[in-house]
Design a protein around this ligand. Sequence first.
Ligand code: UDP
Ligand code: MG
Length: 306
Amino acid sequence: MSLISIIIPIYDEEENIYPLYEEIKIITPPAFEVIWVDDGSTDDSLKKIAAISASDDRVKCISLSRNFGHQAALLAGLRFAKGESIIIMDGDFQHPPSLIPLFLEKLSAGYDIVSGKRTTTENISYLKKTSSRFYYKLINFLSDTHIEENTADFRAFNRKVLNVILQFDEKEIFLRGIFSWIGFKKNIVNYKSPERKFGYSKYSSAKMFRLGVKGVLSFSFKPLRISLVIGTIISIVAFIFAINAVIAYLSGHTVPGWTSLIIAVMMFGGIQLLFLGLIGEYIASLFTEIKNRPLYIIDQTINISE
Ligand code: UDP
Ligand code: MG
C-alpha cells in the first residue's frame, strides 16, 4: 500500500484539529501521514497537534516561526511530503475529508491532478461570492493560463506532479495558477462546501485581495499591454484635440472651457497614477523575487526526520 500525504495548513484552528484527525483516520487508508503546517498560530493548535503526534507517528507537524500565509504554508508542507499520493486541504472542514477516497480513486484511475471544485458554499457572503466570480472572469481574461473557477487549494496529485511543483522557486507563488499551468492529466470533482466547523475565516478581504493581485501579476503581462493600448488611444485623441485647439486659437474662438479642462486634467492624472501603480506592483513582485528571501522559516518540527 503506497503512502498518502495529507497537508493541512492551519492558522489558529485549535478546535478543528481533533475532529479533523479523527475523520481522516476513519476515511483514509491506514498508510497515511498528516502534515500539519502551523502557520504561526497564536492559539493552542500546536499543543493539540503535539498531543496527537505523541501517540500516532503518522501525525507530523512543521511549525513556522510566524504567519507566512496560506500559500507559503502549503509549500512548506509539500517539501516534507513522503507519499506517492498527496492531498492538500484546509483545516476547517470546508474541504470535506469525505472526498478523500474519491480523490484517491481518481488518482488510481490514472489522473495526475484531481481538483475539488466548490459548487455552493453555505452562508458565504454575497460580496465574497460575487467578487470571487468576477475575479475568475478577470484572471481568465487577463491570463493565458485558464484557471478553473472555484477550484481553490483542495487537491490530490501524484508524486510526479509534486516533484514538478517543488522545482518552482517563486516567492509570490499562486498555487492554483501553477497547477493549471503545469499541465498533466486533470480531473475535477464537484463538492458542496459546508460552513466552517469552528473558528472564523483567516482570509480577510485584504488578504484575499493581495492573493488576487498576486495571481494576476504572476500569470499575465496583459495589464501592462492594456495600459499601453489605452495610453495610445488617449494620445491619439489628445493629438486631434490639440490640432483643434490651435485652429480655435488662430481663428480667435477661444472659450473659457474650465469644465473640459478640469475633467481632462483629472482624468489623465487618474489614469497615469493608476498605470504607475500597476507598474509599481510588477516592480514590487520583481523585487520580492530578486531578494530571494526564504518563503517561510521553520521554527520546529514534530515526527519529521531529516
Ligand atoms: N491559513 C493559513 N495561514 C493564513 C490564513 C489561512 O495557514 O495566513 C489556513 C487556515 O487555517 C485554513 C486554510 O488556510 O486551514 C484556509 O483559510 P480560511 O478557511 O480561513 O479561508 P476561507 O475558507 O475563509 O477562504
Ligand atoms: Mg475556510
